[in-house]
Design a protein around this ligand. Structure first.
Ligand SMILES: Cc1cc2nc3c(=O)[nH]c(=O)nc-3n(C[C@H](O)[C@H](O)[C@H](O)COP(=O)(O)OP(=O)(O)OC[C@H]3O[C@@H](n4cnc5c(N)ncnc54)[C@H](O)[C@@H]3O)c2cc1C
Length: 315
């Protein structure tokens, strides 16, 4: 597959595109000659950022306020002159767009990708990240690829603002009727889990729900974010938004401190890209030690208070 013209779906956050959107845009420009973004809503105001990360054109789709974007964005893309390949972030709206686009164009989708090369081959971790699958499209037509967060690094190229062009949206009929009735923003102090330079994560080894307070305190003392294993999310000790792993968030901080986490493959797939991994576990054979740069064999009830005391004294 030759990829000379690539599009990237760009989702807007409060003050620019989401980190995953920018990661995809940065990677796209290393592969294709022409890279364009497709956005909607607040994203139309970020043409300068789209250009800065490599897009020459920013296609905008008119999505009514409080409507879900999937139906309109997929229909608008399907009606345009298609690129060779489109990259879509793994997110709720991204997956919605990908599925609808696939149905409209009768083209397959490659999901959960963590890499794409210039020949159109994609990489997909399976079995909890223990195996990598190499995939590619075997029929001609647009390639639709949904990519996981943190697969690439977002780096500005210093390009000029992208030229903005509106894509027309056909009559969506009943497909356009879904609307957003309520929004819930999880309360948080400090950096976002996916963007924090330091992540301190707690697992079942913290013993009980109240044991998470010290994990949060250490995260805060290090200007980082608190994370969790699925075991304590399922136990109801912390919200799902903190879950790291295959069915949670992918993080790549400079430092990841795993406290009382065994290191199941489904957890490790979401954090093993961290630069330095520190594990605290009372079991010297815990699998997390196999990927840890620094391992502390000890009880979190002893180690964490001692660590917190040192950090408190320092701050
Ligand atoms: C389809 C699927 C998807 C999944 N997705 C995810 C995911 O996204 N994220 C995720 O995390 N998991 C996921 N899981 C679950 C995963 O398989 C593990 O069950 C989970 O990660 C275990 O969490 P844990 O390490 O906190 O608990 P455990 O495996 O119970 O480990 C607790 C650890 O704490 C240590 N410990 C106990 N007491 C102390 C103490 N006082 N001091 C120090 N150490 C102590 C123990 O030695 C042990 O190693 C998934 C599973 C499946 C099947």
């Amino acid at each position: 597959m030759t990829i000379s013209n690539m599009w990237v779906v760009l989702e807007a956050a409060d003050d620019g595109f989401t980190p995953t959107s920018l990661e995809l845009l940065s990677h796209a420009r290393t592969i294709a000659n022409t890279v364009s973004g497709v956005t909607w809503g607040a994203g139309a105001a970020f043409a300068a950022q789209a250009g800065e990360y490599g897009a020459t054109t920013l296609y905008t789709v008119d999505v009514p306020t409080n409507s879900l974007p999937g139906a309109a964005v997929a229909a608008a893309i399907a009606g345009a002159t298609l690129p060779d390949l489109i990259l879509i972030p793994t997110s709720y709206d991204g997956r919605d767009i990908a599925g609808r686009l696939s149905a409209r164009l009768k083209r397959p989708v490659l999901t959960n990708a963590t890499n794409l090369n210039a020949e159109g081959h994609t990489e997909h971790p399976i079995f909890g990240g223990t195996q990598l699958v190499d995939a590619h499209f075997t029929t001609s037509g647009i390639g639709i690829v949904v990519v996981r967060a943190k697969s690439f690094t977002a780096t500005p190229s210093g390009g000029a603002p992208a030229a903005t062009t509106a894509l027309s949206v056909p009559d969506l009929g009943r497909r356009g009727e879904s609307s957003i009735t309520n929004r819930h923003v999880e309360e948080r102090t400090g950096p976002k889990l996916e963007e924090a330079a330091v992540v301190v994560a707690g697992g079942r080894g913290i013993g009980e729900a109240t044991g998470f307070a010290i994990v949060e305190e250490i995260a805060s003392l290090l200007n980082g974010a608190a994370g969790a294993s699925r075991a304590i999310v399922d136990a109801g000790w912390v919200p799902y938004s903190l879950q790291v792993g295959q069915t949670g968030k992918t993080v790549k901080p400079a430092v990841y401190i795993a406290c009382g986490i065994s290191g199941a493959t489904q957890h490790m797939v979401g954090m093993k890209g961290s630069k330095t991994i520190i594990a605290i576990n009372k079991d010297p054979d815990a699998p997390i030690f196999q990927i840890a740069d620094l391992g502390i064999v000890g009880d979190v009830k002893t180690v964490l208070p001692a660590l917190a005391a040192v950090l408190r004294a320092r701050s």
